[in-house]
Design a protein around this ligand. Sequence first.
Ligand SMILES: NC(=O)c1ccc[n+]([C@@H]2O[C@H](COP(=O)([O-])OP(=O)(O)OC[C@H]3O[C@@H](n4cnc5c(N)ncnc54)[C@H](O)[C@@H]3O)[C@@H](O)[C@H]2O)c1
Ligand SMILES: CC(C)[C@H](C(=O)O)[C@@H](O)C(=O)O
Ligand SMILES: [Mg+2]
Length: 351
Amino acid sequence: MTSSSINVAVIPGDGIGPEVIAEAVKVLRSATASADAELDLTEYKLGAEHWLATGETLTAQTLEKLRAHDAILFGAVGAAPGDTRIPSGLIEREMLLKLRFSLDHYVNLRPSRLYQGVASPLGNPGEIDFIVVREGTEGPYVGNGGSLRTGTPHEIATEVSINTAHGVERVVRDAFRRASERPRKKLTLVHKHNVLVYAGHLWKRTVEAVAAEFPEVTHDYLHVDAAMIFLATDPARFDVIVTDNLFGDIITDLAAAVTGGIGLAASGNINMDRTAPSMFEPVHGSAPDIAGQQKADPTAAILSAALLLHHMGFAEQAAKIEQAVENDVAARSATPRTTAEIGDAIAAAVS
Ligand SMILES: NC(=O)c1ccc[n+]([C@@H]2O[C@H](COP(=O)([O-])OP(=O)(O)OC[C@H]3O[C@@H](n4cnc5c(N)ncnc54)[C@H](O)[C@@H]3O)[C@@H](O)[C@H]2O)c1
Ligand SMILES: CC(C)[C@H](C(=O)O)[C@@H](O)C(=O)O
Ligand SMILES: [Mg+2]
């Protein structure tokens, strides 16, 4: 990579993935052209449809090709929950999580902001502007489990959560660093250490130890159940939330809902050591219920492209996209626009 070129792998995926990614690509092209940066895009077909057509989830060769890019822009993958042609979890685990784990995306960054003009189901909750730093490579997502006596009345299924000192410490330090750069400088650990005493106590001890390196950051702790009360009643209290992989998944869908909907929620799966490309994707899934109808809101995918540019050192272009989104959502009326109309408007605003 040079400061004026960027080589991005694009994985549109399934359902609304290709629709929202088409708009994110428009905006990315527009933003990089206005900065005289060279944008080189390579599309990869992966996901449930690709598996149905080829029997492949993510081959070693494709993974190696993806490693050669500066960054990855990802739509969404997965079939409708009732689709019996595809084993539940196959694509999520063998493709999406395999990418996050193989590329060491240990910081799953999920910002939540209530934009001017966007209706929150909470009415008038005040200024919501927080980030969730979700651990991305460990927890119950690692596939450490099994089933004994499967399908019998005596079945025992396990799904073991793995939490390493190294894995917890690096994400906690990242969250403290992000908190130290924000005006409120406040970090909240969300876990469940009253019950999950082994993993929870590791997280708690790690936060206490790393806090000493960031005396300017105040920190507190909430059990995840109580945190959900506050997220639904007083989300403005949060600044930086650090949490494990599974809690972070659930927290960020609720965070999206209270800030006006899943169609606005962006994310970055970030390898902070830059040993492999980071991957940027909307928080939402493939939304089979609205796929192919141009009903999907591409804003989350567009904001994910802004996170990508920011990570790649194009902070000015990223800010331009964020401003264009802010203006666009503020001016939205009750008349629905198509996915492409929203993308066109934002792309035009950043050109
Ligand atoms: N990162 C990913 O690729 C990812 C994330 C979540 C779910 N999934 C997969 O997606 C499939 C569907 O999952 P789900 O239904 O639980 O969650 P989903 O996020 O796809 O959809 C939940 C609801 O939100 C709506 N929605 C989602 N994105 C929207 C957008 N941009 N604009 C407007 N409405 C939007 C959908 O129409 C649906 O009603 C499953 O296979 C799941 O595993 C993939
Ligand atoms: C599809 C699934 C593996 C994924 C997750 O749980 O991380 C999704 O829900 C998300 O939030 O990106
Ligand atoms: Mg999720």
